[in-house]
Design a protein around this ligand. Sequence first.
Ligand code: TXA
Ligand code: MG
Length: 337
Amino acid sequence: MKQFENDIEKAAQIIKEGGLVLFPTETVYGIGANGLDDEAVKKIFIAKGREQDNPLILHISDMDMLPQIARNISELEYKLMDAFWPGPFTIVLEKKPGIAMTATCGGSTVAVRMPSNKIAHDLIKASNLPIAAPSANISGKPSGTNLQDIIEELEDKVDYIIDGGETDIGVESTVVRVVDGKVDILRPGRITKEDIETITSQVEIDKNVMGQIDASEKVLSPGMKYRHYAPKTHCKLVYSKDNEKLVAEVLKVAKEYKKVLILSSTENASRYEGYKVIDIGSRNNLTEISHNIFSDLRKIDDFDVDIAIIEGIEPTGFGLAIMNRLIRACEHDYIVV
Ligand code: TXA
Ligand code: MG
């Protein structure tokens, strides 16, 4: 693979001049641009083929960058930022008038995150600008968690690439919005409902996190309504609280097809003898599953099968974040037994 210079000063200069930089964060890679430069942000939408009504997260390195982009921040919002920043946590705030319309898609709110990854932090600090950055992938595909997976689709679309190895968490940040004193989880991530409940008891998971959305429906977070993470291969998600029932159901579905791939937990992999299997990690180690899941989803189409059956995990705690991505990878073809 190509060698990268990883020169943060040079990357920051490119951001300042309106270019695009592919860089790592602790969740997934991002495609960054100066969040205050409309022309630069437009390039991100073009590079990704992203829908024009799906706004971007602005990434900051220090609290003193916040007043530039947001206003009327409540005590609860400050408490949440204080608890979970820097880290995999994004909060939707009231936008300060006059900031770039392109990143926010003309809305009255702005999503803000302070990443903990050192390269991300140093890049934002060196450019001294809020960096607008969506996940690094062509729209619809799984987010990039290492350069090998995304280099081909993005190499020609960015001006500079920083290699930070594999990202740590593997799924994107938790996105929340505080409405009437209640924290609404718009996208689940490593910061869980239970984590947020240590700050306030008023926490809700948006109904669209596990539900199916009509494309015409008005939702609090536009990203929820688009096709995402889905391989070309038909994928089906199967879950049961009872492991024996889960294995039995996976085998039952498998019998209905000729060419089958099973994405299995390490514990059950040996039960699917005779089938092609990708081991997604231990059911008892969600960190391992989340770390690999997008790379595993990207492998599915290489197998030339009629169906990929994916074992689900319990959709609570951090498991909810993983299941939210899997349900969407399966375009809501989901069986619970
Ligand atoms: O972990 C992450 O959040 C990664 C890294 C690069 O920071 N970024 C990321 O960005 O996942 P993206 O663009 O792929 O996802 C941002 C999500 C989308 O679902 C979008 O709809 C939502 O955040 N979002 C952005 N601005 C919003 C706003 N003002 N109101 C509601 N939702 C918003
Ligand atoms: Mg994304």
